[in-house]
Design a protein around this ligand. Sequence first.
Ligand SMILES: Cc1cc2nc3c(=O)[nH]c(=O)nc-3n(C[C@H](O)[C@H](O)[C@H](O)COP(=O)(O)OP(=O)(O)OC[C@H]3O[C@@H](n4cnc5c(N)ncnc54)[C@H](O)[C@@H]3O)c2cc1C
Length: 392
Amino acid sequence: MKHSTKVGIIGAGPAGLTLALLLQKRGIDCIILENRSRLYVESRVRAGLLEQNTVDLIRELGASERLDKEGLEHHGVYLSFNGVRQRVPFKELTGGRCITIYGQQEVVKDLIQANLDRGIEILFEAHAKHIEGTKTDNPSIFYQHNGEEHELTCDFVAGCDGYHGIGRQHLPKDTYNEFRIEYPFSWLGILANVAPSSDELIYAYHERGFALHSLRSETVSRLYIQVENDDTVDNWPDEKVWEELSIRLGTEGWSLQSGPIFEKSITPMRSFMIDNMQHGRLFLAGDAAHIVPPTGGKGLNLAVADIRFLASALTNWYDNQDDSLLQSYSQDCLRRIWRAQDFSNFMTYLFHKQAPHGSFENLLQKSKFDYIRISKAQATTIAENYVGLKEI
Ligand SMILES: Cc1cc2nc3c(=O)[nH]c(=O)nc-3n(C[C@H](O)[C@H](O)[C@H](O)COP(=O)(O)OP(=O)(O)OC[C@H]3O[C@@H](n4cnc5c(N)ncnc54)[C@H](O)[C@@H]3O)c2cc1C
């Protein structure tokens, strides 16, 4: 079948779903192609930390009813180095801004529902295979759906199809530089049915490795520990996970509550980006163009930040026949992406074990941590990057 729309969007993750809602609000037709089932994308456990800008956008899109009820606002974060814990207060250091804890799968559920309520077509289990004509006025996405081949012709293609998608493969290799760091450690992450043992997140360096206490709700905790890249979940029975978390997160007068673990997985830590996100009528957004290690909680937020620029640029083109914002799209996004890459890299090196305890590198790490304790300027730097810079 051959059909057409104005903007063909590949991927129903946070990037594709917010783009569709913003375009629909501005009267621009679009269709989303998503290669997984609705159930699969709605239950994929990933991020959980929403910057203020992301929450503001979801509200602006009228999709925040559950987020406003169930999201947990956090006004600070605990940082710990070998058991010495300190709090960085966001509110007083950033003029009242905060983060909200709300699972990515819940964000995706809400955004899918909002898209469907507004009549936006999402084709689930539609596998985009290649894109043609990106340098013409009518590019096409060729995809497979229900065992049949289809062609979607559009004015623009938005590659919101994540790190493993096809969008990036359609940028000519000589149009961008690629940057990549594979960190020599991974995260073992668990979800457990137990009330969080802390009212705010705890990032901890320990001589046995990094640990993070996060949460998803008042009854579900999300916790992570640093493991080797070749480790497997089979090496981590539940009791061993809780014991290790207790040691690494421990501080005087505090104890970690354990409970039944219902999800356990290992994620490698990677920084990746390209310095051009467009070619002709093809525009990339989100993980398709950049990956940050999850230490800074930035991936979902960056994806949504790209979309703000892309939606404005497309609106300007349709309303005013002005392509200036489309031309500057990559450069406009890259300012924020570089900032998030730097902050995520900083948090990763500050809290992970990379060198033997007591070595020069390790003592520099400790000095950086102590500096946060004594310097309001350094604590402010962390706070404003953590909640997300408002304008950039
Ligand atoms: C363990 C973990 C923890 C994280 N924690 C955080 C956090 O706390 N805060 C944060 O902000 N970020 C975090 N992230 C990152 C965050 O999850 C991603 O950055 C976010 O999902 C990016 O959204 P996206 O829409 O760009 O891509 P995705 O969510 O990957 O969506 C892309 C979509 O495209 C679809 N697709 C791919 N190829 C095709 C194709 N050929 N045809 C059709 N569809 C296709 C995919 O199925 C997918 O649904 C975390 C990630 C992980 C793994």
